[in-house]
Design a protein around this ligand. Structure first.
Ligand code: SAH
Ligand code: SF4
Ligand code: F3S
Length: 468
């Protein structure tokens, strides 16, 4: 058994990260023949993309995908640790799976993702969830065939979680459900250690992928007809900081733009590493989408300091103003309310910042203490009712600006990458360059194509339009 440790996960060493090529021996390729798998994915795009790798690995082992966990021989939960409700969802699902396993002894249940990297979770699994067949972490997805084979041959619970990041594994197979939009990892891990956040512990130290590996992946996607790539990382603006040579997100964005892919998005940006050079490149290339996700977390410099965000309210606003000079840009954000010691006046500063920035979209959360992080130890005197009240007020405020911004779009002609069929008959939907959801009447044949649409109506979270 290899178990995770908080102490090890916190360490950052100078040791260089090597590149390793994915390989599985042909002897593994029969493990899943005639069997079905089901993966339930929680959390962020990073996890979604990991699930695309995991699916492809399982299919190399002979498994086929089942759309329902009732019919599956293997159920895998790819979990998220970011807030308590993500934990609760996964544990709720485990309750259901335990019941299913009592009815079907042959069902295999595995757990992976960020919760697998948490010492407290894995301790609980080894003590109270002996029926879970196997656990592997975010650093050893490529080891899944070995973990599974070991479990099947030994009959014992198999846990293999590296506390520290391993090598960057290139060449893992990937099963992309979407044939025109793709996620491309550009870096793994995070070294920012915001005091509330579990990610630096569950995803390890920052490691950037080599430029050539990224560009080859994008070129391959272009050849296969993909229209959009989203460059993924917990803090993409710090891309390349771990290289011994000089190559950063500004350079990468420019090189990816030159591949000719129609649309490039990137996320998430931490304000700290956002440079003027990046802004200039975004302005220069039409295929870099003018949509920036710039999490602010709080409008109070006092709270930002306690959060370890490394910028003040004023510095955030200066950067915001520079970004707003990108023509037609939309800016979205993340905000946490109820951080320990947040007072009414701190919260008011957050509302004032929202009034100033008028974000196009915002993800809002109540602070959730995560075991092992510094903020979990801070004294917190605000009641849950008060925090819920703040969240409610904040949501009303951000929603007001979503609608206001959307209304300004009425009458404009926008380019839309068509994504799918709407619930309403005869309607399809897609996303504008600024990442706004728009519904309009059109043929499903347009899915995967970029079309011109005139905006005819605005709602809080979406637009209506007509093809033009
Ligand atoms: N790397 C990204 C954020 C990833 S997590 C960034 O730094 O911008 C996504 C969001 O979850 C964060 O921006 C934050 O708003 C929220 N979040 C993270 N930890 C949280 C916690 N302990 N409680 C509540 N919200 C949290
Ligand atoms: Fe978490 Fe901060 Fe890293 Fe984002 S930048 S993943 S919030 S530690
Ligand atoms: Fe959750 Fe891990 Fe992503 S904690 S938000 S799945 S990096």
């Amino acid at each position: 058994m290899l178990l995770p440790s908080y102490i090890e996960a916190r360490k950052r060493t100078k040791s260089t990260v090597e590149k390793e090529d994915y390989y599985i021996d042909s002897s593994f390729k029969e493990i899943g023949t005639g069997k079905k798998y089901y993966i339930k994915t929680y959390g962020c795009q990073m996890n979604e993309h990991d699930s695309e790798n995991i699916k492809a690995i399982l299919e190399e082992l002979g498994f086929t995908e089942s759309k329902s966990y009732y019919e599956a021989d293997l159920v895998l939960l790819n979990t998220c640790s970011i807030r308590e409700n993500a934990h609760n969802k996964a544990f709720g699902m485990l309750g259901r799976l335990k019941h299913m396993k009592q009815l079907n002894k042959n069902l295999i249940v595995g757990l992976c993702g960020c919760m697998a990297q948490e010492e407290s979770v894995v301790n609980e699994i080894t003590e109270k969830y002996r029926w879970i067949d196997f656990v592997f972490g975010t650093h050893n997805i490529h080891r899944l065939p070995y973990v599974l084979k070991d479990r099947l041959s030994s009959g014992n619970q198999k846990i293999e979680v590296y506390s520290k990041e391993g090598n960057i594994v290139e060449g893992m197979p990937v099963k992309r459900e979407n044939h025109y939009k793709a996620y491309v990892n550009i870096m793994y891990g995070c070294d920012k250690f915001c005091t509330y956040c579990i990610v630096p512990y569950t995803r390890g130290k920052q490691r950037s992928r080599n430029k050539d590996d990224i560009l080859n992946e994008v070129l391959n996607l272009v050849e296969n007809g993909y229209q959009e790539v989203t460059l993924l990382g917990q803090n993409v603006n710090a891309y390349g900081k771990d290289f011994s040579y000089s190559y950063n997100l500004e350079n990468l964005l420019e090189d990816v733009a030159k591949t000719g892919i129609a649309r490039i998005r990137f996320m998430t940006s931490h304000p700290w590493d956002f440079t003027d050079g990046m802004i200039a490149v975004i302005k220069k290339y039409d295929n870099i989408m003018p949509n920036i996700h710039l999490p602010v977390q709080s409008g109070s410099s006092k709270i930002l300091k306690l959060m370890g965000r490394r910028y003040t309210k004023e510095e955030y606003i200066d950067l915001f103003n520079k970004i707003k000079l990108i023509p037609n840009v939309s800016v979205s954000t993340d905000i946490i309310v109820g951080f320990p010691s947040e007072t009414d006046s701190d919260f008011k500063e957050t509302l004032d910042l929202v009034d100033y920035c008028k974000f196009d979209n915002a993800f809002t959360f109540i602070f959730s203490p995560r075991i092992g992080t510094p903020a979990a130890k801070l004294k917190d005197e605000t009641s849950l009712i008060e925090k819920e009240n703040r969240l409610h007020i904040l949501n009303e405020r951000v929603n007001k600006y979503f609608l206001e911004n959307n209304k300004k779009m009425i009458g404009k002609k926008v380019k839309v990458l068509v994504d799918g069929i709407s619930d309403k008959k005869g309607m399809i939907y897609g996303y504008t360059e600024t990442n706004k959801l728009i519904n309009f009447s059109g043929s499903p044949d347009l899915i995967g194509k970029i079309v011109q649409v005139e905006v005819t109506n605005a709602k809080t979270w979406s637009l209506d339009g007509k093809l033009c």
